[in-house]
Design a protein around this ligand. Structure first.
Ligand SMILES: Nc1ncnc2c1ncn2[C@@H]1O[C@H](COP(=O)(O)OP(=O)(O)OP(=O)(O)O)[C@@H](O)[C@H]1O
Length: 253
């Protein structure tokens, strides 16, 4: 099924500061990347799509329906994997977090979990390659990469149409990164996946379009049209350098 998400003429102001201005984007199935330096508005854009931030101007449409500033309308049609943070006060195990997400979606309480729910959680934890011995550990005691796997599983378990992933690879080790890229790439075959990244190259072969964002400046297009020295220098300054035929961004997270 084709899924469309449109950002129409959006302005976002936070604490009196203009973060996004006259932003127009159209996402239609497949994988899209949002890149830009720290503080450029990538997370703000994802949170605006989720309805958690209300733009001062413009609209967000999901399959033509207006969801601007209405997280209740977004609900479980969108799975959100937040950026990994050190501040994790979640008193649940990895398994409980993913089960909780599924049961909330099904509007059921934990004591009513069916064996099919348990099976779905197990399948999802396997899919994100969380080792079985970690499943019943408290989330706070997991490593950064393990937490990221749980956060992806939590977003995936109820099979949403859209996945918004905020720096999904930031704590994953090199081998895990390859597996995660393949997993997320394969999910983009039947979902709309929008992710933020500091390294656009990793997802390149799965990518429809890239949004290069720096607050009120943005460019959107096919990777070959926006990963150019001119566009990247406008956003990253001199840390975007051309080496032979490739442009490199030297100042990642
Ligand atoms: N709730 C908020 N209130 C006020 N300002 C905010 C809020 N959230 C974010 N900002 C500001 O908006 C700007 C954009 O932040 P955002 O988190 O969207 O950037 P980002 O591109 O995701 O950065 P990073 O690459 O570091 O994750 C920052 O200057 C930040 O301080």
């Amino acid at each position: 099924m084709v899924c469309t998400l449109e950002v129409f003429d959006v302005d976002v102001i936070l604490n009196g500061e203009v973060i996004l201005k006259d932003l127009n984007l159209r996402f239609e199935s497949g994988l899209y990347q949002i890149i830009g330096p720290n503080g450029s508005g990538k997370t703000t854009l994802l949170r605006t799509i989720l309805g958690l931030i209300k733009p001062v101007k413009g609209r967000i449409l999901l399959n033509g329906e207006d969801i601007t500033g209405k997280p209740e309308k977004v609900g479980y049609r969108v799975g959100y994997m937040p950026q990994l943070s050190e501040d994790v006060g979640i008193p649940l195990t990895a398994f409980e977090i993913v089960l909780d997400s599924l049961l909330l979606h099904r509007k059921r309480f934990p004591r009513f979990a069916k064996s099919s729910d348990i099976k779905k959680v197990e399948e999802t934890l396997k899919l994100v390659h969380l080792p079985r011995e970690e499943w019943n550990k408290p989330f706070n005691e997991l490593s950064g990469g393990e937490r990221q796997r749980v956060l992806l599983a939590r977003a995936l378990v109820y099979d949403p149409e859209v996945l918004l992933l905020d720096e999904p690879l930031s704590a994953i080790d090199p081998l895990g990164k390859v597996e995660f890229v393949e997993l997320i790439g394969s999910l983009a075959k039947d979902k709309l996946v929008i992710l933020t990244s500091h390294d656009p190259i990793l997802f390149l072969r799965y990518t429809n379009e890239i949004v290069v964002l720096n607050r009120t400046f943005y460019r959107v297009g096919k990777p070959e049209d926006v990963l150019t020295v001119n566009v990247l220098r406008e956003v990253y300054g001199d840390s975007a350098v051309k080496l032979e035929e490739h442009v490199h961004i030297s100042d990642a997270h």
